[in-house]
Design a binder for this molecule. Sequence first.
Ligand SMILES: *Cc1c(COP(=O)(O)O)cnc(C)c1O
Length: 416
Amino acid sequence: MARQKPPLIQPAADPVLPDPDVISGREPTVQVQLQRIPVTQALGETSFIPVCEPSLDGNELEYVTEAIRTNWISSAGRYIPEFEEKFAAACDAEYGVACTNGTAALHLTMAVLGLEPGDEVILPTFTMIATPNCVRYTGATPVLVDSETTTWNFDLNQVEDAIGPKTRAIIPVHTYGHPVDMDALNELADKHGLWVVEDAAEAHGARYKGRRVGSLGDAACFSFYGNKIITTGEGGMITTNNEQIAELGRNLRDHAFSTERHFWHRYVGFNYRMTNLQAAVGVAQTEKLDDYVAARRHNSALYSELLAKIDGIRTPPEAGDVENVFWMYGVLVDPDVFGMSRNDLREALAARGIETRTFFIPIHFQPIYHAQYEGQSFPVAEAFCANGMYLPSASSLTDSQVRYVVAAVGEIASAV
Ligand SMILES: *Cc1c(COP(=O)(O)O)cnc(C)c1O
């Protein structure tokens, strides 16, 4: 008689949240408008404005065609080293290691650092799930810290307090494109002998004291997912000035084949290779990086100028000697002043054809992590989660679309 097979993966239980309303459930349905409200006229025929979309208006098609014509479509081919060189140079970094996605770039880097169970890595609770997951994949433990309201990045005083004998590394996340205060962080890390790995997945082209993110720690990880500032469909890259990290990353990306003897493996590697097709898109996108950054900064400045006239909407920060690239144009809704909650505002915008997205749900609220952080509180991240949302943020957004979105917010505010 056949015996029962072991159970498949089981889901984690939902946490009991202090205020369940913090997490909105269902996404509002975005209506495609046909000239229903007066401001729509600014947009012409239809007015569906997506929260984000890629721009593919450079040499993408030409380079991809070349890759196909020459039969180089897998993980060898000239676009891969070219993309690595050009993107690393755009980050003021010496080396680039292209891989399958941003999460793979983070995991590869954690593997290169040799993390093991028992090791700790400090990172913000207010981030996307890949940041703690890459630590977990190695068996090490993410240690969470809260954000600061001035930059929306993690609070360096709390980072310092979180450093202990098991700490091995710190992952600063340049939240929504705003660089972390890297000089202060590096000083702290140097004092304690810790690795610094930038999670720059949202910050392509951002500047800190004139220097590009991607070269400001021991290594940095980028994502080229479809909604990132530049995209390869799916893709990622490690950038670094550390030759050893680059070499190990390159080796682990490709099953850690030994150089002296084929089919001989001294590390547990991965197949995280990028294809020449993706890299071809990446080269074309890198050529446009400065244009997209300029567009995002232009749109954000216009949004912030227009939104300043509406009470109860906090616009995104740019604090210190930095250039935020506003990957997502995030705002915080103060329900008491605005007269309506973030969730209700999202519904009202959706009814006007405007797609929005809520901020991240903090890591300590996640079913897979909450038990580990029982009793710890992160009030700033929790307030971001309750009140934050992104307005449409694509590089291709036009001035009239920005004006339309702000006019809609204004109309909604004056109707309550
Ligand atoms: C997008 C993102 C990632 C993951 O990138 P993928 O390419 O989707 O794997 C990691 N960290 C942050 C902060 C991100 O926003």
